[in-house]
Design a protein around this ligand. Sequence first.
Ligand code: ATP
Ligand code: MG
Ligand code: MG
Length: 394
Amino acid sequence: MSEKVVGILGGRGGQLGRMLAASASLLNVKVVILDSGEHAPAKQILAPTAPHLAHLDGSFADPDKIKDLSKKVDVLTVEIEHVDAATLDEIQNSSTGRALAIHPSPATIQIIQDKFRQKEHLKSHGLPISDFLGVESTVGSVEDASQQLGLPLMLKSRTLAYDGRGNFVLRDAAQAAAAISALGNRPLYAEKWVPFTKEIAVMVVRSANGEVKSYPVVETVHKDNICHLVFAPLRSRDASICHRARTIAENAIKSFTGAGVFGVEMFLMADGNIYINEIAPRPHNSGHYTIEACETSQYENHLRAILSLPLGSTALKVPSAVMLNLIGYSSSMAEINKVVDVAINTPGASVHLYGKSECRKGRKMGHITVVAPSDAELRKRLRPLLQSLPSSSQ
Ligand code: ATP
Ligand code: MG
Ligand code: MG
């Protein structure tokens, strides 16, 4: 399929790298992973194909390790946006006489990994976002922002955020000091509160020459700031919503450089307006459903894009699909195993377990995708799965 070796800067969870590696193995594409976990989820399923292609132990933030990885591969990509993008940029600009592609581009990763810069970028390209402001980590500056944007106010850490860790909802200006300390005195910005009716998302794949293809619009349901369910496709009485959401997502991804899949998280308002929340420059939780439900999964399309192969069809191949995240409830897998036992007996259900070394409360341990011939049948298949969750999580 391709002789090129792909290097993945892996990290934190490791499930995206694992699913990318699984997809690469189907295409017989060689992959080398850099991850600080010796038994990282992606390393477990992909044995090195040659001694010089052995996986690396180390961090996506360690310049030396990233350089070591770059020497082994033809294409570098990421499963997380919090990587050391300056080192990627340096590697791209250093003329070693050897062609090394980095996807998405270091410039794209640099913009996206700083949420404030990301918002400025989207604004400058005329894309719909809610109002936002830069703030200093001082009580006065946060109070100012709450005066200008109103309450509640969404205070966000500019960098290193995930699963809502890095967000603080300021309901009263008197909480300013508490918010700053809760966010760890990191660089911050503020967003106007968006009273959305639904959260929706679109995966977009972009080839190196700028061609984009979007996947269907999905509805994402969050619980405690973590994605809980994803329904594909979005059902809505206003047929124009899906078309507009896909166009916004495609235009957003056209504005960046480099190849790969991108997740575009959006807010749908009661009046039908759509705002972009944030963009992930990589495969995304809201695109897991594509493995079973679409003609080409987000993982395969990511590989196709970064290897300069033709992009695959993004169309749904089933009428209805849902993805349920399996989030740790405690240090034990017992609760998750109960759901898995039900899924094993559910028609159309596919179980994905990520092989993480430890289960922890709030940690993504796996997911289940269910496909069905109709929405009604999907709901019927999903119900026993939800009922098998601990009651606080249904
Ligand atoms: P992810 O795990 O998706 O990377 P994150 O830590 O980057 O999450 P965000 O996506 O910025 O966090 O926010 C988490 C959730 O908080 C959103 O899915 C949404 O439910 C809510 N949220 C974010 N921004 C706003 C806003 N401006 N107004 C209202 N709710 C918001
Ligand atoms: Mg995020
Ligand atoms: Mg998000």
